[in-house]
Design a protein around this ligand. Structure first.
Ligand code: C2E
Ligand code: MG
Ligand code: MG
Length: 581
């Protein structure tokens, strides 16, 4: 069988070149000759031969240098090189190995050996190329040429693997089918080249959006993409990811000097609720995709209506919450805090409410966590602080005895936002004395993992204390519940969570824990507030434990400014305890 391999023979001696030519003549190789190092390099780059027979001893550039230079060229780094040395020249062989030679032969040639060696090396080389070609074929079978993303084949394989794993570990998997809106118009309008570039750009944007979340993107065909995402926090994380994908795709792109904007639609199915195997899940994701297109495009839809409802409600809530502040829909309610001994007002807690145009008065439990996730809690928290300070000052100006107002602060406000400046501004603008402002923090804010964060929170609290602002720990007992760390922070007040108060009288443990917390707090010279006091039994128990301040429905729920003004009038210099009991 004729050999197709190309062999480059490098030798300055004409006789040697001729000898090799004669010896290999019948083997069917393509023989190419070079007389010096420079010529060898030039021809090697041009031809990419299958084998080089390289003489060491040459005037000018010797064989070692040729070898080194070839190895420096990535395309020739794998070229088999056999060095021709003088018989038994051990030093040359060592240098040859260092320079990157694969094998050695000595002159004068042994005919049989030369033929056999050349045959073996060229055959191995052909075999290697075959493997490379096969690897390329495997690549082609699994990846999309245009975008380098996994194609349908690989997607299905990965999806099956993911589902097997999810089945074992009881995980959910979301399948997001994405299709560009009106892509055909781009293709027909500005041409296929722009269309191709757009698909590449979309592929990159998708990869950037989802890869940090450990999701896989694939291109199925045309403008159809699929993302596989395994998570347990389905509605929230998947909705967020889908929205982020849509947002990122719809940002303007510049393609071949054209400014273009494209949107996409997404359909989502979820394992195991929407299907058990890959094909059903893909089919259902596509059904949801069709619904997203029908719903006006540039949107996402879950396959199940229940999930759609949850996702939609959240989206609506987010959009409306953005407007709540600017449309003056937020307001503060105030709940009295009463001295357990005298029954007199000592303060009040400001509690946020959202007067929703359709849903009525909404509790902060419904929207504060969303505002925190969206970062909206920062402007909202600022508004709360200003409003509470202004209102408190207004009551003082109206002639009521000065009271302390407690304001809830979210962890998001304290770091990295500038809480200190916000508090200063709220106090300056309202003219409220800092002694009449208390900030309620939760335990988790003080127990930060990172030392530098802990230090900066400590610094902020120390400055607040220096200004005269009071600090309370809210919901004590629901978190880490350690009083020891409180010593490090300038805290004035401890608010026992209402879950402990609730079962006083019913549950001995809760009563015992409550007494212990009060005693320990007192040993740290902290004032104790009991939250959620609803009946006389709880009040009597807390009075017995010397708990200083009582807050709860027993005296009043949180009430509007008007109702609070009325209540302040009614109980001016009067005890609420004597009246109630
Ligand atoms: P919190 O600071 O622990 O507020 C006390 C919550 O307990 C209030 O709920 C109050 O209405 C309720 N409560 C008071 N007394 C009783 C009682 O006797 N029985 C029962 N069952 N409940 C009582 P609300 O107003 O719904 O506030 C819930 C949470 O929302 C607050 O818990 C606080 O963590 C957060 N929050 C309220 N306003 C703000 C704010 O302006 N900013 C921030 N970041 N969070 C706020
Ligand atoms: Mg509170
Ligand atoms: Mg609380």
């Amino acid at each position: 069988m004729p050999e197709n391999s190309t062999i480059l023979i490098v030798d300055d001696e004409m006789v040697s070149r001729y000898t090799v030519e004669v010896l290999l003549a019948q083997e069917g190789y393509t023989l190419v000759f070079a007389e010096c190092g420079e010529e060898a390099l030039e021809k090697a780059v041009k031809l990419i031969p299958d084998l080089m027979l390289l003489d060491v001893m040459m005037p000018g550039m010797d064989g070692f240098e040729v070898c080194q230079r070839l190895r420096a060229n990535p395309r020739l780094a794998e070229l088999p090189i056999v060095m021709i040395t003088a018989l038994d020249d051990r030093d040359s062989r060592l240098r040859g190995i260092e320079a990157g030679a694969d094998d050695f032969m000595s002159k004068p040639f042994d005919r049989a050996e030369l033929r056999a060696r050349v045959r073996t090396i060229t055959r191995l080389n052909r075999y290697r190329r075959l493997i490379e070609t096969e690897e390329q074929l495997v690549y082609l079978a699994n990846y999309d040429m245009l975008t380098s993303l996994p194609n349908r084949n690989l997607l299905l394989e990965r999806l099956r693997q993911t589902l097997t794993h999810a089945c074992r570990s009881h995980q959910n998997v979301a399948i997001l089918a994405l299709d560009l809106d009106n892509f055909q118009m781009i293709n027909d309008g500005v041409g296929h080249e722009v269309g191709d570039n757009m698909l590449r750009e979309v592929a990159q944007r998708l990869t950037r959006t989802v890869s940090s979340m450990g999701a896989t993107v694939a291109r199925l065909s045309g403008d159809e993409f699929v993302v596989i995402f395994d998570t347990n926090n389905l509605v929230k994380e998947v909705s967020e990811m889908a929205q982020l994908m849509l947002d990122n795709i719809s940002e303007q792109m510049t393609l071949s000097n054209h400014e273009v904007v494209i949107t996409a639609s997404i359909g989502i199915s979820v394992y195991p609720s929407d299907g058990q195997d890959a094909s059903v899940l893909l089919k259902n994701a596509n059904t949801a995709l069709a619904r997203a297109k029908a719903a006006g495009k540039n949107t996402y839809q879950f396959f199940t209506t229940e999930m759609n409802k949850v996702a939609l409600e959240r989206l609506i809530l987010e959009n409306q919450l953005r407007k709540a502040l600017t449309h003056n829909q937020l307001c503060l309610y105030y709940q009295p805090q009463i001295d357990s001994n005298t029954g007199h007002f000592v303060g009040m807690e400001a509690l946020l409410r959202w007067q929703h145009p359709k849903l009525g008065l909404l509790s902060p439990v419904k929207f504060v966590p969303v505002a925190e996730e969206m970062g909206l809690i920062i402007p909202i928290g600022e508004w709360v602080l200003r409003t509470a300070c202004q209102q408190n000052k207004a009551w003082q100006r109206a002639g009521f005895p000065p009271l302390r107002v407690s304001v809830n602060v979210s962890g998001r406000q304290i770091y990295p936002a500038n809480l200190l400046q916000t508090v200063k501004d709220a106090l300056t603008d309202s003219g409220l004395n800092p002694n009449y402002l208390e900030l309620e923090l939760t335990e988790s804010m003080l127990i930060s993992e990172e030392d530098n964060q802990k230090d900066s929170i400590l610094a902020v609290l120390n400055e607040l204390k220096a200004m005269g602002v009071l600090i309370a720990i809210d919901d004590f007992g629901t978190g880490y519940s350690s009083l020891s760390y409180l010593k490090r922070f300038p805290v004035n007040t401890l608010k026992i969570d209402r879950s402990f108060i609730r079962d006083i009288g019913k549950n001995e443990d809760d009563a015992a824990i409550t007494s212990a917390i009060i005693a320990m707090a007192h040993s740290l010279r902290l004032t104790v507030v009991a939250e959620g006091v609803e009946n006389l039994e709880q009040l009597t128990f807390l009075q017995g434990q010397q708990c200083e301040i009582i807050q709860g429905y027993f005296f009043s729920p949180p009430i509007s400014v008007e109702d609070m003004t009325h209540m302040l009038h009614k109980f001016r210099n009067k005890s609420l305890i004597n009246c109630e009991s």
